[in-house]
Design a protein around this ligand. Structure first.
Ligand code: ACK
Length: 288
């Protein structure tokens, strides 16, 4: 008997027979994301390509709760071009599905890494993306997060791996509500028993467990750093413990190679120790 209280069936519910799985997009320890075709979605004729998030069998209760929390969060979000769109769900039988719009270019971190071009040696020298492209990605994410925060929601896990890139090169914020089914586990480090995205976390989240839109803004600053470095891992060469100690002492990452000073200034403002001194997502969108 499942002790978990399931949300009511509602207009988002889609018949399972309408979904044909055609491939796997990614897998984590507790869940997977599948590519699927959905027939006659909510009465609209034809076939839609979608992404389906599904939990594996026998997953811990916290994972199931996080999955339904994410679904509830997505149901409450109206349409926005920079936020991944919920298409429906199948929750009337196990395993439950979250059905989302499919975007073809994968996550932003990998997208950026794939566009590095290497000269001689390991350092990347030039990329097929311009500063203008990179700034546009940053604007998309800031604008998506301005919308998310205007709906009174926190993301709590904003990072390039949780942003998806469409075929028109539009970035869309995804993975809401700190989905703890961590696909790329190396980036979620253990502080106590739980795995956390330490390198993206503000000091008040790290040390006092306080989350707010301003802690999402801190994470956005780290995401900007990831964009400028074409998908590098933040705080290179430092262990998770080092990062926490250094952040506590006021250390901030240096200006990356090729990063224009005005863009670095934006990152530094996002990393103000005082949360209220950090800019809003609206101000970030305008400034970028
Ligand atoms: O880089 P990717 O292909 O983009 O690998 C990950 C994987 O699933 C696990 O999260 C991909 N993914 C997640 N949501 C979607 C989506 N809505 N459309 C397309 N790919 C997705 C993600």
């Amino acid at each position: 008997v499942s002790p978990i209280k399931l949300p009511p069936l509602d207009e988002w519910e889609v018949s399972r027979e309408a979904i044909v799985i055609i491939g796997r997009l990614g897998e984590g320890s507790f869940g997977e994301v599948l590519k699927a075709e959905c027939y006659d979605l909510h009465g609209s004729q034809g076939v839609h390509t979608v992404a389906v998030k599904k939990l594996k069998e026998h997953c811990p209760r916290e994972e199931v709760e996080a999955f339904y929390r994410e679904l509830q969060m997505m149901k409450s979000l109206p349409l926005h071009p920079n936020v991944i769109q919920l298409c429906g769900c199948c929750t009337s039988q196990e395993p439950a599905f979250i059905i989302m719009e499919f975007v073809s270019n994968g996550n932003l971190q990998q997208y950026l890494r794939d566009r590095r071009s290497y000269g001689n040696g390991r350092q990347w020298t030039a990329a097929t993306l311009t500063t203008r492209d990179l700034t546009a990605f940053a604007v998309h994410v800031a604008s998506g997060m301005d919308f998310v925060s205007s709906q009174g929601l926190l993301h709590r896990d904003l990072a390039a791996r949780n942003v998806l890139v469409s075929d028109e090169l539009v970035c869309k914020v995804s993975d809401f509500g700190l989905s703890r089914d961590v696909i790329n586990c190396r980036e979620y480090e253990s502080k106590t028993k739980r795995c956390l995205p330490l390198r993206w976390m503000s000091p008040e989240s790290l040390f006092d467990n306080i989350y707010s839109t301003k802690s999402d803004v801190w994470s956005f600053g780290v995401l900007l750093w990831e964009i400028v470095t074409l998908g590098s891992s933040p705080y290179p060469g430092m262990t998770g413990r080092d990062v926490m100690e250094m952040i506590d002492q006021g250390y901030r990452m240096d200006r990356p190679r090729h990063c224009p000073k005005p863009l670095y200034d934006v990152m530094r403002d996002c990393w103000s120790a005082e949360p209220n001194a950090r800019p809003s997502f609206k101000a970030l969108t305008d400034r970028l």
